[in-house]
Design a binder for this molecule. Structure first.
Ligand SMILES: *[C@@H]1O[C@H](CO)[C@@H](O)[C@H](O)[C@H]1NC(C)=O
Ligand SMILES: *[C@@H]1O[C@H](CO)[C@@H](O)[C@H](O)[C@H]1NC(C)=O
Ligand SMILES: *[C@@H]1O[C@H](CO)[C@@H](O)[C@H](O)[C@H]1NC(C)=O
Ligand SMILES: *[C@@H]1O[C@H](CO)[C@@H](O)[C@H](O)[C@H]1NC(C)=O
Ligand SMILES: *[C@@H]1O[C@H](CO)[C@@H](O)[C@H](O)[C@H]1NC(C)=O
Ligand SMILES: *[C@@H]1O[C@H](CO)[C@@H](O)[C@H](O)[C@H]1NC(C)=O
Ligand SMILES: *[C@@H]1O[C@H](CO)[C@@H](O)[C@H](O)[C@H]1NC(C)=O
Ligand SMILES: *[C@@H]1O[C@H](CO)[C@@H](O)[C@H](O)[C@H]1NC(C)=O
Ligand SMILES: *[C@@H]1O[C@H](CO)[C@@H](O)[C@H](O)[C@H]1NC(C)=O
Ligand SMILES: *[C@@H]1O[C@H](CO)[C@@H](O)[C@H](O)[C@H]1NC(C)=O
Length: 822
């Protein structure tokens, strides 16, 4: 029996070996070293040699070995390599004879363990290879890491130099030097974006920054002919709900000369991320992957495509972007692969990260042909290119401080310039005002009270004839010239925001009202529809916690909306990003309560609930007293009764805030707003963005991360560190509980905005006992809800017309209803 088993085992392993030999690349130069080890270490089908005794490739002033029993937490490589390390004091050199000139991989393995006298986390060192700086003042700190570089070596030796920092030391757990197939990295990549310094890659050093297999599957080194590790793409994705993961390894057919198996294995080409087929076909989405990068470097971005999803060629067209730059429009793989489905195709692009710490890769379906919209991406590699000084390391502080001085200088000059310019403008405006005021006085008053009055003649003169506002009696129509005057002819210095719709300017009307002016850039059907929705919604729904409409302008192809000015900008800017004082817990609760009131009013204020559809921290504005108001009604929708008028059923909203149920079933209810509001509550609690790809995998998506900790009952873990110890535990508990209920998978399990409001008031109450300002009123009644929900009576007089008065009476009724239930 034993004998049989052994023979079978030998037979199986020989056949397996035979199969693999035919697939595998055999590198001419092949140095595999397990540093600090006294024995050989097999890893998959390769053997790393020991360098523990005397190493003929290393020259170092002092030999020190360490080993550990501890293991890296999430290692992708065989653990054995990490159990030993060589410590290098003083400058040390590894020298390798190179038999074949050309590209080589240098892989350096680091795992900073602690062993008796040595704490490898305290190491700090630089690594040079030939004339390239691979690492400068490197401190391996966060678990195990493999650094991979590729260098075109044109001499007979490769020298790696380790230089410890001041009194520190260097260390290394393992090392690989391998020749690469010549065809792997050809020159002649397409250049994208304005800031690429040098598009040639032939002689530059490359560092692998990301190597990702799409389709939510990792590929281990054993399954790659060049022993590469491919991580899964899920954590880099903007929204998992936008995509489908597919796997069809057998469909891959390397029918072209290039790319070969060595460029990427079939495990990479045979899995892909595609568009979620349950999305509405008219939906325009970008599937985006975010990659953290070092600013200021050029990058080689390699896209791996392989159509494993189409039944027949010519069915798949999509657009490819890096950051906002178009890389390929209406890309049709079938043409590029001679109509053989399953044939891999590689697109190389050299781009610059410029000043961004992210490199964003987006793919969107293109609307050519009448095929079902879809996209595909099978793999992606991002490689940093060495700069003009032959370095892959971020510039040292010396260079930085020089640069900083320049930045400060240019800012100072800019500020001076703006100040002078503003003074000039002020002077001119004052003069004009003084001249015009005696003449214009009556008009000015009229203007202030009712923009419609002055606009009548202008309207006749300029209006394009297409009445886009159904009820033209709404009033508030401003002449374009008045807006030009208010914004100093749309001066760039008055821009306070830029959005999808266009720019937002700060302006001052003649009656000295400070306003925010949103100027649309597109006359597209969609832009027009959003403009119209926004004005209709804002003129119908007036509430203390909804941003108020002051007027609009639609003439000379201009789409302009004028709002009250909100001194303190967006909630988002106050939570993170901008350098503003930290909001206290009480302030945060009050902001949540304010916005919840605004939304509750939208949901219940008329017979048909109005769904905002884009609730997010960037759409909650704060006035000078930090009172919250909900803004941006461009895509909001009235309930089902009026729904026929809206043709588009496309999924709209913002990444990270979208209700998963709405995304899959396209059933729009006010519960989608509740979900988004739940996300905002988590943002308020944690003071971080909803999606932050710079964080570790489990933290990237705020909702997933928060749910994890809420399940364990340890919400403090996600609390904004600046609030540590300042939140009453009961208040935190109530708040967390409410947020989680809002995020329930199914809409029917989520609370109403009224319930949310009640719970938030409760959380505030619980906090109130701790902090100053105890509530005068003892009970938790919702009486505040009534008193703060007031109408701007002056504006109601402007709401002429039958439909307006109907809306008004409904609103009054709704108010009563609320009072009763409250
Ligand atoms: C051969 O390659 C296959 C995958 O291609 C892998 O599963 C298997 O472990 C390899 N066999 C050996 C002996 O390395
Ligand atoms: C090792 O050094 C790191 C960095 O200096 C430090 O944070 C850590 O606590 C040290 N670990 C031990 C066990 O001394
Ligand atoms: C290690 O992790 C900390 C916190 O997560 C982060 O601030 C730091 O930049 C990381 N260091 C490296 C070298 O990645
Ligand atoms: C680009 O880099 C290569 C090698 O680093 C160099 O030979 C070439 O002159 C550079 N080209 C430009 C335009 O700087
Ligand atoms: C390496 O650089 C030389 C020029 O120094 C160039 O001719 C050769 O094609 C390069 N090899 C590769 C594999 O890029
Ligand atoms: C992606 O893969 C991971 C690990 O296998 C799994 O936990 C996760 O649920 C997958 N994600 C999706 C959306 O399928
Ligand atoms: C190689 O891929 C196959 C198929 O995906 C998988 O079953 C196997 O576990 C992989 N091998 C390794 C060593 O990951
Ligand atoms: C790959 O494509 C070629 C050309 O169409 C075809 O002859 C061959 O049979 C295909 N191979 C596989 C495994 O499908
Ligand atoms: C990439 O995406 C991140 C996160 O949304 C964003 O902050 C950044 O500005 C984007 N970068 C570029 C260059 O567009
Ligand atoms: C996708 O992103 C690109 C680049 O940011 C942008 O130009 C394009 O309009 C976006 N497409 C859709 C459908 O959102």
């Amino acid at each position: 029996m034993m004998g049989m088993g052994l023979i079978l085992l030998i037979w199986v392993s020989t056949t397996m070996c035979l199969i693999n030999v035919s697939l595998e690349f055999d590198p001419v130069d092949n140095y595999l070293i397990d540093c600090g080890s006294h024995t050989k270490t097999p890893v998959g089908d390769r053997v790393f040699v020991a360098d523990g005794l005397n190493s003929d490739v290393l020259s170092t002033p002092q030999n020190t070995f360490v080993n550990t029993k501890s293991k890296p937490i999430s290692s992708t490589i065989d653990l054995a390599l990490y159990q030993t390390a060589r410590i290098l004091y003083g400058t040390s050199h590894y020298t390798f004879a190179i038999k074949k000139h050309g590209r080589h991989w240098i892989r350096l393995y680091f795992f900073p363990f602690v062993d008796g006298n040595y704490n490898l986390s305290t190491a700090k060192f630089s690594v040079l290879a030939q004339d390239f700086t691979l690492l400068r003042d490197f401190q391996p700190q966060n678990g195990s890491v493999v650094k991979e570089y590729s260098l075109n070596i044109t001499s007979d030796n490769l020298v790696l130099t380790f230089t410890p920092f001041a009194n520190s030391f260097a260390f290394l757990n393992a090392l690989e030097i391998l020749s690469l197939p010549d065809e792997l990295i050809p020159d002649g990549a397409k250049t994208i974006g304005p800031l690429v310094k040098n598009q040639s890659v032939l002689t530059r050093a490359l560092e692998t920054v990301a190597r990702v297999n799409m389709g939510n599957q990792t590929v281990s080194p054993q399954n790659d002919t060049l022993w590469r590790f491919w991580v899964s793409d899920e954590t880099y994705l903007n929204h998992v709900n936008f995509v489908n993961f597919v796997s069809k390894i057998g469909a891959v057919n390397y029918s072209m000369k290039w790319p070969t198996r060595n460029v990427a294995p079939s495990f990479v080409y045979g899995t892909a991320t595609t568009l979620n087929s349950q999305l509405d076909p008219s939906t325009l989405v970008n599937v985006t992957w975010f990659f953290p990068v070092d600013p200021g470097f050029d990058y080689l971005v390699r896209f791996h495509f392989c159509d494993i999803v189409s039944k027949t060629p010519g069915q798949l067209f999509f657009n490819v972007y890096i950051n906002s730059w178009l890389v390929a429009m209406n890309l049709d793989l079938s043409i590029l692969t001679s109509n053989i489905l399953g044939t891999p195709y590689v697109l190389d692009v050299v781009t610059s990260s410029s000043y961004s710490v992210f490199l964003n890769v987006s793919i969107s379906p293109s609307n050519v042909g009448n095929t079902y919209p879809n996209i595909i991406l099978n793999g992606l590699e991002i490689m940093k290119l060495s700069d003009s000084r032959g370095s892959l390391a971020v510039r040292d502080s010396k260079g930085n401080s020089k640069k900083k001085i320049w930045v400060i200088l240019s800012i100072a000059i800019g500020v001076l310039f703006i100040a002078m310019f503003s003074a000039l403008v002020l002077f001119v405006v004052c003069r004009r005002r003084r001249r015009s005021s005696p003449v214009d006085h009556s008009t000015e008053d009229h203007f202030a009270i009712n923009g419609g009055g002055i606009s009548e003649p202008m309207e006749n003169k300029y209006a394009s004839g297409t009445a886009i506002i159904s009820s033209s009696k709404i009033g508030y129509r401003f002449p374009f010239v008045a807006i030009q005057e208010a914004t100093n002819n749309f001066s760039e210095s008055l821009v306070i925001g830029v959005g999808g719709f266009g720019k937002v300017y700060k302006g001052v009307l003649r009656d000295e009202t400070v306003v925010a002016v949103k100027r649309g850039i597109s006359q597209s059907q969609q832009g027009l529809a959003e403009f119209r929705t926004e004005i209709e919604m804002l003129s119908q729904f007036r509430h203390r916690h909804l941003v108020s409409l002051i007027g609009f302008c639609h003439e000379r192809n201009e789409l302009i909306i004028i709002y009250e000015y909100m001194e303190n900008g967006t909630l988002k800017d106050h939570l993170y990003g901008l350098d503003v004082p930290c909001l206290s817990w009480r302030q945060r609760l009050e902001i949540c309560i304010g916005s919840a009131r605004g939304l509750h009013y939208l949901h219940t204020g008329s017979t048909n609930a109005v769904i905002h559809r884009d609730v997010k921290s960037a759409n909650i504005l704060l006035d000078e007293n930090l009172m919250a108001k909900v803004a941006d009604f461009g895509i909001s929708k009235a309930g089902p009764e009026i729904d026929e008028t809206h043709v588009s059923t496309a999924v709209r909203g913002s990444f990270g805030y979208l209700d998963p149920e709405y995304l899959t079933r396209q059933q729009l209810t006010e519960k989608s707003d509740i979900y988004s509001f739940g996300v905002v509550m988590l943002e308020v609690l944690s003071g971080r963005p909803v999606i932050d790809p710079s964080l570790s995998r489990e933290m990237v998506n705020l909702v997933e991360w928060a749910m994890e900790w809420e399940k364990k009952g340890e919400l403090e873990k996600i609390t904004d560190p600046r609030l540590m110890g300042k939140i009453n535990p009961d208040s935190l508990c109530k708040f967390g509980e409410t947020a989680v209920k809002c995020l329930a998978e199914r809409g029917i399990d989520r609370p109403t905005m009224g319930d949310v409001l009640w719970n938030l008031e409760c959380a505030l109450k619980l906090q109130g006992n701790d902090e100053k300002r105890p509530d005068l009123n003892g009970d938790l009644a919702l009486e505040t809800g009534v008193s703060t929900t007031q109408f701007n009576v002056g504006s109601v007089s402007n709401l002429e017309g039958v439909s307006m008065s109907r809306v008004f009476s409904q609103m009054v009724k709704a108010e009563n209803r609320w009072t009763e239930t409250g």
